[in-house]
Design a protein around this ligand. Structure first.
Ligand SMILES: NC(=O)C1=CN([C@@H]2O[C@H](COP(=O)(O)OP(=O)(O)OC[C@H]3O[C@@H](n4cnc5c(N)ncnc54)[C@H](O)[C@@H]3O)[C@@H](O)[C@H]2O)C=CC1
Ligand SMILES: O=C(O)CCC(=O)C(=O)O
Length: 524
């Protein structure tokens, strides 16, 4: 039974896709609720209130997926989640329109003193001359961060007859032209704008991007808006520039600490505020809840998730194509892990044939997750596979080759240690399935599944019979047996499959045979 903890207020109708998930229990409680058993939780759904820290993650050993019903994931320790192999997803576009509309409403309110005038009338005043506003028409709007929300604001600003300058280092000239905006440097934007609005994520680069140094470059009377994340406009520096009269007005939906408490900016009449309402519309809340609920459901159904922060997204189509190779990659990694008896410092994967048309990085990560399974006590999956390899000093390489050894596709992985190297090759055959076709120098053909025994032996008459005899005498049934050799009378291998793993005593009984060089159980 999967336990899904919904720790923040998430739209109930939007969570409906989760109800169709068999074997799932949905718990709507805070993470610090004494009734919540954090150690049993498989999925955590949050908005911005719950801070998903490393300390919290340490208490949640079963956690597999964190879903943020919204865009910004700055309340989640994504590196800590990644290290633990926990997928982090968000709802990237469900609240774009809401937030763009809120920003626009804030901009209009700010320029026309609507909140101040509203309070005044409610206080039974009628001061028409006290609230002379400024038109948006013809003004220059500077947008810092031209992603989903920034772009929607630009569209609306143009309809209002505003000129739009944008600063976004990741915006291409083509996209700027398509959006009909002028791309500029930050300094040009600061110097030319009448109104500046920020729409970036909060990152080390964007934290304080509008600070005292930037404010100095703006026109006197500048209007500033932050409906993205507290801290993108430095609050202390902003308070200084509001106090000295340089800033004409400010609209804030977000604060460095929420709620802001006794904040120096709150005492100014020309500072208008809302309590982080950008995404607070019925539509946006339904959208984001539905988006993450569908994703969490897909995840537990073993389907791909498309809005992961720490895993490359793959579409259902691509996933269908990649799935067979994904399994065999994992199995190759797991076989290598059990066959190489020393520390490995290099894993190199060579893809050939039709598999090279696919997203092979995903397969390499699957191979790594198979390799690390049982080797380390951390759950290694595609999320933390490369990081885990790096932390353990294992170099991971990927190559493409034209030689598929006569197969339609081939995935070959070589593990190198100080003393040895071991290569496994696998293929996926349509309507037949995954096969291991090469094991450390020997061509062979077996199904990588179940309880296997890999035996290295000398190619002598009777050896296969002796192995069968010894096992038969102990009542052990051999399900399948494949053999491979390089030349008659030389080294050879056999791979046997059993219904259950062999015991230590049963393995030792085989070692007694003179022709046997080594025996190695492989459990897949
Ligand atoms: N107030 C609210 O309720 C809401 C706030 N947000 C905030 O708005 C932010 C933006 O959301 P979206 O537009 O959906 O994200 P997005 O990812 O589509 O856009 C962010 C843009 O910022 C740009 N950017 C990144 N670093 C930059 C830098 N150093 N300088 C200039 N531009 C930079 C990126 O290139 C990207 O184009 C979110 O990260 C979130 O923090 C989002 C939704 C609701
Ligand atoms: O959950 C919310 O209302 C906050 C939305 C937000 O800030 C975001 O999506 O980044």
């Amino acid at each position: 039974m999967y336990q899904i903890l919904v720790a923040d207020a998430i739209n109930a109708e939007g969570l409906e896709p989760l109800l169709g998930l068999e074997e799932a229990e949905i718990i709507e409680k805070k993470t610090d609720d004494p009734e919540v058993r954090l150690e049993d939780i498989d999925a955590l759904l949050v908005r911005s209130a719950t801070k998903v820290t490393e300390a919290l993650l340490n208490q949640m050993p079963r956690l597999k997926i964190i879903a943020r019903a919204g865009v910004g994931v700055d309340n989640i320790d994504v590196p800590a989640a990644t290290k633990k192999g926990i997928i982090v997803i968000n709802a990237p576009d469900g609240n774009t329109i809401s937030t763009a509309e809120h920003t626009f409403a804030m901009m209009a309110s700010l320029m026309r003193n609507i909140p101040q005038a509203h309070s005044s009338v409610k206080n039974l005043e009628w001061k028409r001359n006290a609230f002379i506003g400024t038109e948006l028409y013809g003004k220059r709007l500077g947008i810092v961060g031209m992603g989903r929300i920034g772009s929607e604001i630009a569209k609306r600003a143009k309809v209002f007859g505003m000129n739009v300058n944008v600063f976004d280092p990741f915006l291409t000239k083509e996209r700027a032209a398509k959006l009909g905006v002028e791309s500029s440097t930050l300094d040009e934007l600061l110097g030319g704008a009448d109104i500046i609005t920020v729409h970036t994520p909060l990152t080390p680069e964007t934290k304080g991007i509008i600070n005292e140094e930037a404010l100095k470059k703006t026109k006197k009377g500048i209007y500033l808006l932050n409906c993205a994340r507290g801290g993108i406009i430095d609050e202390q520096d902003l308070a200084k520039y509001v106090a000295n009269g340089h800033v004409g007005g400010v609209a804030l939906d977000v604060f460095e600490a929420e709620p802001p408490g006794e904040h120096p900016l709150l005492k100014y009449d020309n500072v208008i505020v809302t309590p982080h309402l950008g995404a607070s519309t019925k539509e946006a809340q339904l959208n984001v809840a539905t988006q993450v609920a569908k994703e969490v459901r897909s995840f537990f159904e073993g389907k791909p998730v498309s809005s992961s922060i720490n895993l490359p997204a793959i579409s259902n189509d691509v996933y269908e194509k990649i799935q067979p190779f994904y399994q065999i990659s994992k199995q190759i990694g797991h076989i290598l892990s059990q066959c190489v008896k020393e520390g490995v410092h290099e894993l190199s994967v060579t893809y050939s044939g039709s598999v090279t048309d696919l997203e092979t990085t995903y397969l390499t990560k699957a191979m790594l997750s198979g390799f690390f399974k049982n080797r380390i006590d951390v759950n290694v999956n595609e999320v933390n596979a490369l990081l885990t390899a790096k932390e353990r000093g294992i170099t991971v390489g990927e190559k493409i080759s034209t030689d598929a050894f006569g197969y339609d596709n081939c995935i070959a992985v070589t593990a190198k240690g100080e003393e040895s190297a071991f290569t496994v090759r696998g293929t996926f055959i349509d309507h037949y399935g995954p096969r291991i076709v090469y094991l450390n120098g020997f061509n062979i053909d077996f199904l990588p599944e179940g309880n296997l025994l890999y035996i290295q032996h000398m190619d002598r008459p009777g050896v296969i019979g002796h192995v069968g005899q010894i096992l038969g005498d102990q009542g052990i049934n051999i399900a399948t047996m494949q053999v491979g050799r390089k030349k008659a009378g030389g080294e050879a291998i056999m791979v046997l499959a059993f219904d259950k793993p062999l015991s230590e005593a049963e393995l030792t009984s085989l070692e007694k045979l003179d022709e046997i060089v080594s025996i190695n159980p492989i459990i897949l």
